[in-house]
Ligand binder design. Structure first.
Ligand code: MRU
Length: 372
């Protein structure tokens, strides 16, 4: 996607030195556009844990590149016998960074399987590089295809609106910043906008880290898509008053039965959508399905982050980013990162292979190779 007219992805290899990964450091958006250089596994683990990079697809792509860096580090160690154990411990380090997005462990397992095929350190590095690139390419392409399939849903609604904008509500950031390019929930929106359909997006701010008001609003603004930021708690009111035609959100992990884990607050939006008869879609590349989990509520690990994120808010003041405490010093705070929306509240899933219902039969019909 474009930043000030220039095409960017969220992560790439440094052209002059392919042992270095470059990524957009999202902690500074929307105020500053900062590119970080990462050249060790340790740095990549920090970037994922501290959310320099975030969002399911991008976490997976970052882990893929992290594993490539692990092979370079392993080869630089004196004992050749230590190569595989070194890579295995790097995998464990990267896996421990964030628990909810399934893309993280999938990318790491895929890398481990492929690296194992190499007979020498050089071969292993080459395989890891190829796999990292593939994970990133697939992510971008799958999101592009999600855009094409989701576009048809927006077109159907647009036909009934006689030229008035289609109002889409989204939560958190399942935009291109959460992936390598295009985004999942935003891909149909960009496709609609680019095809000349009038579309307007309600962007839920998404406390406590404000991925909506900081990242989604910035992305949409850069692409020229009309949008309005709302407080998280305003979504139900808008739905009751006919201001929302469609809800599209992303997901960090969706079970093969259709239960959807996404940023905290998604479930309440799904409930409000159901009560108001508004279609509630989840857009996801197949890399965000968990083919081993049946019951989302019981099985999906929900990340709890530090209370500091809730106790403070940050913003831009006189040319610098500042942090302020927004609650009493002594009050305890609990910071749950995700919730699970049960499948019966989900109208459909938009994937790279098309749209399906949020149930096992319909999901497996689109992905028959995942038969148990
Ligand atoms: O904590 P984050 O920002 O990594 O959370 C992930 C998300 O951005 C959302 O849950 C998103 O809607 C799904 S990831 C494409």
């Amino acid at each position: 996607m474009k930043v000030s007219g220039q095409h960017f992805r969220t992560i790439w290899l440094k052209p002059e030195n392919e042992c270095v990964v470059q990524l957009i450091d999202q902690r500074f958006l929307p105020h500053r556009f900062v590119i970080e250089e990462v050249s060790t596994v340790e740095q990549m683990a920090t970037a994922i844990r501290e959310m320099h990079v975030r969002g399911a697809g991008l976490i997976g792509a970052s882990a893929g590149y992290g594993m490539y860096l692990a092979t370079i580090e392993a080869a630089a160690r004196p004992a050749v016998a230590g190569f595989d154990p070194y890579v295995a411990s790097a995998a464990a380090q990267l896996k421990a960074t964030r628990p909810t997005a399934v893309n993280l462990s999938c990318a790491i397992e895929r890398q481990l399987k492929n690296i194992r095929q190499g007979k020498s350190a050089e071969e292993k590095i080459a395989l890891a590089l190829r796999t990292a690139r593939l994970i990133a390419e697939e992510d971008a392409e799958h999101c592009r295809l999600i855009g094409q399939h989701g576009l048809k849903l927006i077109q159907q609604i647009a036909r009934k609106k006689a030229g008035k904008p289609v109002n889409v509500l989204t939560h958190c950031n399942a935009g291109w910043l959460a992936f390598v390019d295009h985004g999942s929930a935003t891909a149909p929106i960009y496709a609609a906008h680019d095809s000349g359909l009038p579309v307007h997006v309600w962007v839920a701010e998404t406390r406590p880290r404000n991925q909506g008001s900081k990242l989604t609003a910035w992305e949409l603004g850069e692409h020229g898509v009309p949008h309005t930021v709302i407080a998280d708690s305003a979504a139900g009111h808008l739905m009751q008053h006919g201001q929302v035609d469609l809800v599209v959100v992303g997901t960090d992990r969706t079970t093969y039965t259709g239960d959807v884990a996404n940023k905290i607050g998604t479930y309440l939006k799904a409930l409000a959508a159901k009560d108001n008869n508004i279609p509630f879609y989840v857009a996801l590349p197949s890399s965000s399905f968990d083919w081993n989990m049946r019951d989302g509520l019981k099985e999906i690990p929900i990340e709890e982050r530090g209370a500091e994120e809730l106790k403070h808010a940050d913003g831009w003041l006189e040319g610098r980013q500042v942090e302020l405490r927004v609650m009493p010093q002594g009050s305890p705070a609990a910071n749950y990162g995700f919730d699970v929306t049960p499948r019966h509240l989900v109208t459909g899933l938009i994937t790279e292979r098309g749209v399906c219902e949020a149930n096992e039969k319909s999901i497996r019909a689109l992905f028959p190779e995942q038969a148990p």
